[in-house]
Design a protein around this ligand. Structure first.
Ligand code: FE
Ligand code: FE
Ligand code: ZN
Length: 280
């Protein structure tokens, strides 16, 4: 059994997100740790954090998947941009300690012409400067579509980052279905083969969370345009097979589909029906 939920706005605080997700019928969620484009963050009120932690426990939520800012590029060519990214990562991870035992995922970065190997090294350097031994968060590298100079468009690139980080036990991967499809992995025709390949290269024990998105584009398009569940090129049948795949059991599945609240409620209910039908 997986956990299902969607991306929520942190605008009304932390406990409010937990309440909203209960209303939506889900049992996990994602949120941006700071403004995804501007990079600013709001202070966390300890009472609000405690209230959310209590709610998560009472309602048997799965782990949350907080998302780092899009402006954070740990392998930027510009040293100032890189330093800003390092600063954001450090502060985000310190703030995650208010919510012990959850996940923090981020886009590895874009190497902007420096080459993949330099990108991989800069990302690993940043993680080596930021992770600490008794932190309570697992940091997830997101699988990317391979748009532009993005690092992380292949499992091998993510593995290369992990290999160069000392505190590997703090690292995992967030598997974005739209991104891996756009990167060229055949989730429709050969889901077992893709997951076996992931296991060979990275290890399924590191696959900690799923971003559960359909794609507006054909496989291998390197575009990264999310579509509503079942309305894209991956399609309902393959999305259902992913949700029910035994290798992905126990993971939080986060919808980042282009939806309003009603659309998310509908998709969460759809996934729940798949899970229940398979249970009986
Ligand atoms: Fe993402
Ligand atoms: Fe994603
Ligand atoms: Zn995306």
């Amino acid at each position: 059994m997986i956990y299902i939920g969607c991306h929520l706005s942190v605008l009304n605080g932390y406990q409010a997100m937990g309440r909203t997700m209960l209303d939506f019928g889900g049992n996990t969620f994602a949120y941006f740790t700071r403004n995804p484009r501007g990079g600013k963050s709001k202070d966390i009120m300890p009472d609000d954090a405690d209230a959310l932690n209590t709610l998560l426990k009472q309602a048997n939520f799965g782990p949350l998947v907080a998302h780092g800012s899009y402006t954070m590029n740990l392998c930027a060519a510009n040293p100032t941009t890189r330093a800003n990214g390092l600063d954001m990562l450090g502060k985000d991870l310190r703030r995650m300690e208010y919510f012990p035992g959850n996940f923090y995922n981020f886009h590895p970065g874009s190497h902007v012409g420096q080459g993949t190997d330099t990108g991989v090294q800069l990302i690993a350097d940043a993680l080596n400067q930021t992770l600490w031994a008794d932190m309570q968060t697992t940091v997830l590298l997101e699988t990317m579509a391979g748009k532009g100079s993005e690092v992380g468009g292949s499992f091998e690139q993510l593995r290369a980052i992990i290999d160069r980080v000392a505190l590997k036990q703090k690292l995992g991967v967030c598997f974005d279905t739209c991104h891996t499809w756009d990167a060229g992995y055949d989730l429709v025709g050969d889901l077992d083969g893709v997951l076996r390949h992931f296991d060979d290269v990275i290890g399924l024990d590191r696959l900690c969370a799923v971003h559960f998105n359909d794609s507006k584009n054909a496989r291998g398009s390197h575009k990264d345009r999310h579509e509503k569940l079942g309305q894209g090129h991956i399609g309902a049948d393959a999305m259902k097979r992913i949700a029910l795949h035994p290798a992905l059991g126990g993971r939080p599945f986060i919808l980042e589909t282009p939806n309003d609240a009603a659309g998310y409620i509908h998709e969460i209910r759809t996934v729940r029906h798949w899970l229940e039908a398979c249970d009986g």
